[in-house]
Design a protein around this ligand. Structure first.
Ligand SMILES: Cc1cc2nc3c(=O)[nH]c(=O)nc-3n(C[C@H](O)[C@H](O)[C@H](O)COP(=O)(O)OP(=O)(O)OC[C@H]3O[C@@H](n4cnc5c(N)ncnc54)[C@H](O)[C@@H]3O)c2cc1C
Ligand SMILES: C[S@@+](CC[C@H](N)C(=O)[O-])C[C@H]1O[C@@H](n2cnc3c(N)ncnc32)[C@H](O)[C@@H]1O
Length: 669
């Protein structure tokens, strides 16, 4: 799969309107694109009337084919601000095969000064996009945009959502016949709620009949301006959903008061807390230390390290979407400073010729250059401000982050209540409520839902013991900056990493120790970190006069990473282990068996952990995914990736391999 989608190839007409050279069609009506958008999509989905009737905690989902210039999205958002109650949330999902480049989007949206308030917020987060799903949280969570970049026939089948209104756009059927196909209408039917509405500018008979065959009652109504007719309709068919593996289906959504307990205030817990608080949940965040971010998330500088593979396995695709989201969230939440974070760029230097070839293959996949580009050793040295040993990849948008500052920013909503210095040692469930208990059996807090974000300790509860988590100790070394080492402008990484100075110190990481669990820093790990530095840049090693330093005397910090056997995180609902093994045992004999037995979920129990060495990238999107699951919203990732991070995947793999193990044995899978 190419990383770069082909971008929209625009011709700008004399009157300033964008025209697609790929489709030979206009993006919107010459009379007024904005008025057409309002007439066709907003009025004929009855959005003003429907939105005025929403309750304050309502959620409304629009799905669109063809994001284009985002005009429909922005006009819908403007109307939402006008009509919807303050606590309600809009989720706009849009498919786009040829996303506009940033410069084209700026130019197209400048046509609508009336929308400047909304387009400015979109443009502040937009950049040239890579393939995959791109998730945007706008207006402090009141509006969410998920762009499914790729062909509608590849992306829509991967969507897990319940749609309230469809904007069926996508150039005239005569100009884009490949898209206006029964397979599209069937996907729309799969995703529609009963009573979901649809509107489209076209009145083509094939489209009307195709939508009717898929279960929509369609009417011809007056079109915009000189167009005589368009189509509007309602989804009226009984839902005939294709079989879905019950072990990956969504658990029933909690219906009562939105109260949740989160156990662990590291990056995973704080990201989950923000995502749920934005959706109106009352969050009780239980943390055993006196403040958040004291364990793995407590390093002074962590790196936004986006390690990709040219073959785009699930891990790479997850990282790519998560990295882009993490950067958007950082820019939106946390002003850059020496305390907080710096988008100073990350140089990923190849460690040997094989890796150099892999990086070259990646650089040739055509990523936007401000996302990643290949650099020679000389170019890398010029970027870094110091001579480095090899070339590699440059991620211009990356940088370093102080994770405790990020956690602090994530915990700002007033509906997040931090319960510090409480260690949850057991979870009990009674009468629809979970209670977290401490070591003396005293209750710390209760709520209908729980998200366990306790890194490797997530598997300490009776209910979660089957999760195959592993703790890997790591140590970073603090290096006092010298005058010449301050020349380092970007993060350097390869086997290890070193950051530009923050408050007079560089940070150098990191060791991997599988056999120890204690937190006492060692001179031996400082020594191995120094060897990693020598590999990155001889000039920096000299600038820091490291040959004169005693490794044992250097300041250092150790903590535990939490990983899973396939290095992807665990994000999602938790099943009851024994009933799961019993109910699905037959998969050990026939892995393709289509069982209907619902998965034995623990009601309201979720986990978010195993972020390994890249929590700064993966935690923000993991919070959005969990909150979407708890709130019954469209998921921000394709179904394949949701399954790739699903906590039950290891139990399933064991069943399919005919193994039956539990607890620590599971970690061997
Ligand atoms: C040396 C080192 C270097 C790293 N470098 C980078 C890097 O450069 N870039 C990057 O992206 N990532 C890096 N990481 C990884 C990153 O730090 C983690 O992925 C991330 O911090 C994981 O966040 P978390 O919330 O899952 O875990 P943690 O930060 O460990 O948070 C878990 C929290 O749960 C609390 N807790 C646990 N059990 C309980 C309980 N029973 N009751 C109450 N509270 C509990 C803990 O006190 C802790 O606060 C590094 C990690 C290490 C160790
Ligand atoms: C008329 S434009 C949409 C205008 C847009 N809704 C707006 O508000 O600006 C049609 C869009 O559909 C996209 N498109 C066409 N065929 C597609 C397909 N098969 N999959 C995904 N997007 C497609 C085009 O790239 C184009 O951006």
């Amino acid at each position: 799969m190419k990383a770069l989608p082909p971008h929209a190839d625009l011709i700008w007409a004399d009157d300033g309107q964008p025209f697609s050279s790929q489709f030979g069609d206009l993006y919107f009506s010459r009379e007024s694109g904005l008025e057409e958008s309002r007439h066709v999509f907003l009025q004929h989905n009855q959005l003003p009337a429907r939105w005025r009737q929403l309750t304050t905690d309502a959620h409304f989902c629009i799905a669109e084919t063809g994001f284009g210039t985002g005009l429909n999205f922005l006009s819908a958002w403007q109307l939402w601000d006008d009509c919807a109650p303050p606590g309600a949330r809009l989720h706009f999902v849009s498919c786009e095969k040829f996303p506009l480049r940033m410069t084209d989007l700026q130019r197209a949206l400048a046509l609508w000064p009336e929308l400047a308030n909304w387009s400015g917020q979109l443009l502040a987060q937009y950049s040239d996009l890579t393939t995959g799903w791109q998730h945007f949280v706008l207006a402090d969570g009141r509006v969410t945009l998920t762009l499914l970049i790729g062909d509608v026939f590849d992306t829509l089948p991967e969507l897990d959502a319940r749609v309230d209104a469809w904007f069926l756009d996508g150039f005239a059927p005569a100009k884009n016949p490949q898209m206006w196909q029964p397979a599209l209408y069937q996907q729309m039917a799969r995703l529609s709620r009963p009573g979901s509405t649809v509107a489209t500018f076209t009145s083509a008979g094939d489209v009307r009949r195709g939508l009717q065959a898929a279960g929509f009652s369609m009417n011809r109504v007056k079109g915009y301006g000189r167009k005589r007719e368009m189509l509007a309709g309602l989804f009226t068919a009984p839902a005939e959903l294709p079989w879905q593996a019950p072990w990956y289906a969504r658990p029933a959504v909690h219906q009562g008061t939105r109260e949740v307990m989160i156990i662990g205030a590291g990056l995973a817990g704080c990201s989950t807390a923000l995502a749920l608080a934005r959706r109106g949940w009352q969050v009780q965040l239980i943390e055993r230390h006196a403040s958040p971010a004291q364990e793995a998330s407590g390093n002074p500088q962590g790196i936004l390290y986006c390690k990709l593979s040219p073959h785009q396995p699930p891990l790479s695709r997850f990282i790519q979407s998560a990295y882009a989201f993490s950067l958007r969230q950082l820019h939106a939440l946390l002003p850059q400073s020496e305390d907080t974070w710096a988008a100073c760029g990350v140089l990923q230097l190849s460690k040997d010729d094989n890796e150099a070839q892999r990086y070259q293959a990646l650089a040739q996949q055509g990523y936007p250059t401000d996302f990643l580009r290949g650099v020679s050793a000389a170019e890398a040295s010029a970027i870094a401000g110091l001579k480095v040993s090899r070339g590699g990849l440059y991620f211009a948008g990356g940088g370093w982050v102080n994770p405790p500052s990020l956690c602090h920013a994530l915990l700002q909503p007033p509906n997040i209540h931090l319960l510090k210095q409480h260690e949850a040692l057991a979870l009990t469930y009674d009468d629809g409520q979970w209670t977290a208990q401490d070591g003396r059996g005293q209750s710390i807090a209760s709520a209908a839902c729980v998200v366990v974000c306790s890194a490797a300790d997530s598997a300490r509860f009776e209910q979660t013991r089957h999760l195959p988590l592993k703790a890997i100790r790591g140590q970073i070394t603090h290096l006092p900056a010298s005058e010449s080492s301050q020349a380092l402008r970007t993060v350097l990484c390869s086997e290890g990493y070193v950051s530009p100075a923050r408050h007079g110190e560089h940070h150098l990481g990191a060791s991997f120790r599988f056999e120890w669990q204690d937190m006492q820093p060692t001179g031996e790990e400082n020594q191995s970190n120094l060897a990693l530095l020598a590999d990155l840049s001889g000039e920096l090693t000299e600038a820091l006069a490291l040959s004169q330093q005693d490794p044992a005397a250097l300041k250092a910090r150790a903590a535990l990473r939490c990983t899973s056997p396939d290095y992807l995180p665990l994000i999602g609902p938790v099943v009851q282990h024994e009933p799961f093994i019993r109910d699905y045992a037959v998969l050990g004999k026939d892995a393709s068996k289509q069982l209907d037995t619902p998965a034995p979920w623990y009601p309201g129990l979720f986990v978010n952990c195993a972020h390994g060495s890249r929590g700064l990238i993966s935690c923000p999107l993991s919070g959005e995914l969990l909150a979407a699951l708890l709130n019954n919203e469209p998921l921000p990732l394709p179904r394949q990736l949701v399954q790739a991070v699903h906590p039950s995947r290891f139990l399933l793999r064991q069943l399919v391999r005919g193994q039956r193990t539990r607890g620590s044995d599971t970690a061997a899978s």
